[in-house]
Design a binder for this molecule. Sequence first.
Ligand SMILES: Nc1ncnc2c1ncn2[C@@H]1O[C@H](COP(=O)(O)OP(=O)(O)O)[C@@H](O)[C@H]1O
Ligand SMILES: [Mg+2]
Length: 231
Amino acid sequence: MSEIAARLEAAGKEYKTGESTIVALQPTTTEFRKGEITLIVGPSGSGKTTLLSLLGCVIYPTMGKVWVGDTRVNDLPERELAQLRLRQIGFVFQGFNLLAPLNALENVMHPLLLQGVSRHDARKQAMELVRTFGMEERIHNLPRNLSGGQQQRIAIARSLITDPQLILCDEPTASLDHNSARMVMEMLSQLSLENRAVIVVTHDVRLKKYADRTIYVSEGMISDTAIEEEF
Ligand SMILES: Nc1ncnc2c1ncn2[C@@H]1O[C@H](COP(=O)(O)OP(=O)(O)O)[C@@H](O)[C@H]1O
Ligand SMILES: [Mg+2]
């Protein structure tokens, strides 16, 4: 049995706005294992980003419990939550979110510098990773001088540089053309082989073929079976 990278136990999220309460995610129990890539699909507004944000320790649950590895994150103060994010979780976004004034290599180094690693060591590690991604010719480029597919490869390298056990991706292929999207998904499914859990939120059910598991979200409820498949 492979190790569990993250777990929800009856964890859910409500937002209170004025008089009304929106249940963004109903109480949810599930776990994510290392070595697996999981796709989270569902329509807009169904709760996908909320689920990912709970796993990413970006928001606290309003009910239930959340674990990342062996750490129960509910009661951790903000500071420790930030440390946990930095050490154990990698994020990949639709808009790449690279730092515009930094070149490709500096972007990959950045999380290590935040952890207090020396520039010399950070550069060395980042170079190694960038090389395995076939991006060594592009290290001096600013993000705006890279294609979308190249930016996303750099963003994935950046998410990996701290060797996190959990990689969380929100619509990572949404702004990419067909070929770049395929390359990014192949890369992400490769990463899940290496003792980490990869979780990918997407609108696109065509990406299902890259996943070990698909979770469907509908109106804040998750299910391992597609709604359509029930009929
Ligand atoms: N910060 C917030 N404040 C209030 N409502 C929110 C907030 N974030 C999300 N929601 C609501 O929670 C529901 C789920 O949102 P979200 O998780 O972003 O869905 P998805 O990523 O599937 O599009 C939606 O109804 C959304 O409007
Ligand atoms: Mg979303």
